[in-house]
Design a protein around this ligand. Structure first.
Ligand code: NAP
Length: 251
């Protein structure tokens, strides 16, 4: 007799979510739907079914997982996607559906770095000295706190190409994925006479900018991760796959 597949809702938006989707795609034991907020122009093409757009808060997510018979939820959203992660905790609690958070480990300072921890974007914006030329790598939705710094010039790097003006007084925007080696980021920072780096502590492969800043003796203002409601957590896709395997044969 065939065992019914475990229906998985994968809250996506990260490289780890893509890796887990790929691991789940070849298996008959799982029926996976990956969910995207719709924040990026082109959600990654995954090997599993995808849906795009918000659920409508905690109640909407609770309705969705109940209506679609989801057996387990993996929250593989970005460590700064605090609302979605909080909603996942509340909705899974309300519906008694198991939840696992897949969250990459935070970065630590490279050797020799001038690494300044700040609590949020507002604190980072306030810490930039007058006349700074800041490489701002915080994502296009997190530029608000920097919009009043008329005395600072920004080099903004975003994943998607920006088609509308950004809410900053003086800036140049570049787009695309971060480079694989620090050399390219050193070149970029030198070309724009960057004096400071501002980044979220996202973790993952975009570490090259921090290595580049350390090598150029450029101070890095690193925005700490927001506090999330507690949930069982792993930091790599293979551990998430192992966690999911416990449901095979029991749904
Ligand atoms: P957020 O503030 O935590 O979420 C805002 C709302 O967007 C949520 O309440 C939810 O709407 C919807 N949403 C977020 N992620 C979703 C998902 N995977 N599937 C369906 N709906 C989702 O999120 P955010 O910081 O704007 O990030 C949006 C997406 O971009 C996330 O998927 C995240 O992984 C990715 N991302 C974020 C960052 C970052 O720095 N924040 C960086 C890289 C990638 P409803 O309440 O209507 O359900």
């Amino acid at each position: 007799m065939n065992t019914p597949p475990v229906r998985v809702l994968l809250l996506a938006g990260t490289r780890e979510a893509r890796e887990l989707a790929l691991a789940l795609s070849g298996s008959e034991e799982f029926l996976t739907t990956a969910s995207f907020a719709g924040a990026t122009e082109m959600p990654a093409h995954l090997q599993v079914k995808t849906r795009v757009g918000g659920f409508g808060g905690v109640e909407g997510l609770a309705r969705y997982v109940t209506a679609t018979g989801v057996h387990a939820v993996i929250d593989a959203t970005h460590p700064f996607a605090v609302q979605m992660s909080a909603n996942a905790v509340a909705a899974c609690k309300a519906t008694d559906i198991p939840l696992l958070r897949l969250e990459r480990i935070p970065w630590v300072a490279p050797d020799g770095a001038e690494w300044i921890n700040v609590a949020c974007g507002t604190e980072a914006a306030a810490a930039l000295p007058r006349g700074a030329r800041a490489f701002l790598a915080v994502g296009s939705n997190s530029l608000g706190p920097f919009s009043q710094r008329h005395d600072v010039w920004f080099l903004v790097r975003t994943w998607d190409r920006q088609t509308k003006p950004l809410p900053l007084p003086h800036y140049v925007a570049v787009s695309g994925p971060p480079p694989k080696t620090a050399d390219k980021d050193m070149e970029l920072m030198r070309a724009h006479d960057v004096t400071h780096l501002v980044t979220k502590n996202s973790g993952g492969p975009a570490y090259t900018k921090l290595e580049a800043a350390a090598q150029l003796n450029i101070p890095a203002l690193v925005i700490a991760r927001p506090k999330l409601p507690p949930a069982e957590t792993v930091d790599d896709p293979s551990a998430a796959l192992k966690w999911l395997q416990r449901f095979v044969g029991s749904v």
